[in-house]
Design a protein around this ligand. Structure first.
Ligand code: DLL
Length: 441
């Protein structure tokens, strides 16, 4: 047998044989189910309604007995209703967009942060990033999990971390050169923007030490990978995760395979479901990824419906890691958009404009990518009773609507007020999005 890659961070776990891995999964699943049953009334009531008790989970197959968890459950139990640890044990919270005005909140215990750093450390190993590397973290820091998530993993491996966060591209590039950055972590669209800025400002690439990049938090294509690699002269790898189950580091593409992302199965149990029926699909078939966290204490999620479309790649990977891979994401089953790395639901826009005088509750989101930067135009219709020539009133209204939408989305938008009756009506389900970007292969 081929030797496992020397770059593996945690060889014992990452190359564990299937039987041992599954035994570990079962033990941890049972413990997690007991924990949520005892500590989270929502989970207990759901399980009782489904006629399941923690003792019924005797094999991994019994996972199917458990009810699903959805984003709406996080919304309905905002902010702490799904936490399974006492508040005094929670040491960090992160958040991401919910479907309406309120975000969804995730909580972490000390142990959760250690696990998070461990899985991100494995991801860095996948990208051949080690102690001697200088890792520039250009994901946003703050409630978004990207910045602090990558940061924790990079510190864990003992790399030198440069926490630039996102934005101020010219300064990013100056630091990248001056500090000798060897690995970068940011959204793929931001990597492209950096690459183009380098090219357009005539930056001398030979002065950079950059070797590799870990890109995720939004969909990207093989075409974008080629562009990033050509512009930055690096290897570009895909990293996946979501706030509800932890943040970045749930799965990562490896340098050796460069096809599919290893999902860390000792912490997350993946299932691929038929999105319509919720029935599990066999390996290799495309469906909705559903994740059960099996080591999280702060906010475990049981059978969480991610709405991300992918499939399990059952074949072994040349790197020697035994944790199975999921394919690069293929789309979403819902209407969530990711704009400059920020998750946006059309329903958030709706929530932010209802009740504003002079506005009809009709809107359309037009998304485009201009010079590698996502641009969101929100068209909002004026109420018919408003006279179109009341310019001052309209300007004032425009400011109010824009502020309201931007506050809810956490994102700057271009607002276009539309004449009454001009946004297309559809029979049945309204169409609220025109996405001109080609984001999935
Ligand atoms: O985006 C966590 C993250 C940060 C992942 C940095 C990777 C790097 P959320 O803001 O909760 O968390 O958004 C999660 O983003 O359900 C996917 O739809 C999408 N997404 C995340 N990674 C990828 C990826 C972070 N590699 C949602 N490819 C997920 C495509 C991705 N989509």
């Amino acid at each position: 047998m081929q030797q496992p890659s020397p770059h593996i961070w945690n060889k014992h776990v990452e190359t564990m044989d299937r039987a041992s891995l599954e035994a570990l999964q079962l033990e941890r699943l049972q413990e997690t189910v007991r924990r949520v049953y005892q500590n989270v009334p929502v989970y207990r009531e759901r399980m009782q309604a489904a006629g399941v008790e923690p003792g019924d989970i005797r094999s991994l197959k019994d996972l199917r007995l458990l009810p699903f968890t959805q984003k709406t459950d996080l919304r309905d139990n905002y902010p702490y209703g799904l936490f399974a640890a006492p508040q005094e044990d929670i040491v960090r919270v992160h958040a991401s967009s919910g479907t309406t005005g309120k975000p969804i909140v995730a909580g972490y215990t000390q142990h959760d942060l250690q696990v998070w750093a461990e899985v991100v450390a494995r991801c860095l190993g996948c990208a051949h990033v080690h102690k001697n590397d200088t890792v520039q973290v250009s994901y946003g820091y703050g409630l978004f999990t990207g910045g602090l998530g990558l940061h924790g993993g990079a510190e864990r491996i003992g790399a030198k971390v440069v926490p630039t966060s996102a934005g101020n591209t010219k300064r990013q590039l100056m630091l990248m050169q001056d500090l000798g950055t060897t690995a970068i972590a940011c959204t793929p669209s931001y990597a492209l923007l950096m690459g183009e800025t380098m090219r357009d400002t005539g930056m001398d690439l030979s002065k950079l030490k950059l070797r590799t990049g870990m890109f995720g938090a939004e969909p990207w294509t093989e075409g974008m990978r080629d562009q990033i690699q050509n512009l930055l002269h690096i290897t570009a790898l895909d990293i996946y995760g979501l706030t509800e189950t932890m943040g970045p580091g749930v799965a990562m593409e490896c340098m050796e395979g460069r096809y599919g992302l290893h999902i860390w199965e000792d912490h997350f149990i993946p299932e691929i479901l038929d999105p319509a029926t919720g029935e599990p699909l066999p390996d290799g078939e495309m469906g909705e990824l559903c994740i059960t966290t099996i080591t999280k204490e702060g906010m475990p999620t049981i059978r969480y419906r991610t709405h991300d479309l992918t499939c399990i790649i059952p074949e072994p990977c040349p790197c020697g890691r035994t944790h199975r891979r999921i394919r690069r994401l293929h789309g979403r089953t819902d209407d969530m958009l990711i704009i400059r790395g920020v998750n946006v639901f059309p329903s958030q826009v709706e929530a932010s404009i209802v009740g504003i005088d002079g506005i009809a509750p009709r809107y359309l989101l037009v998304v485009d990518r201009v010079n590698n930067l996502d641009v969101l135009e929100v068209q909002v219709e004026l109420a018919p009773e408003l006279l179109a020539d009341e310019v001052r009133k309209i300007e004032d209204l425009s400011r109010r609507v824009q502020r309201s939408i931007e506050q809810v989305l956490g994102l700057s938008v271009k607002l276009r007020l539309m004449e009454p009756g001009s946004i297309e009506r559809s029979e049945g389900k309204s169409k609220h999005v025109v996405d001109k970007r080609k984001l999935y292969d």
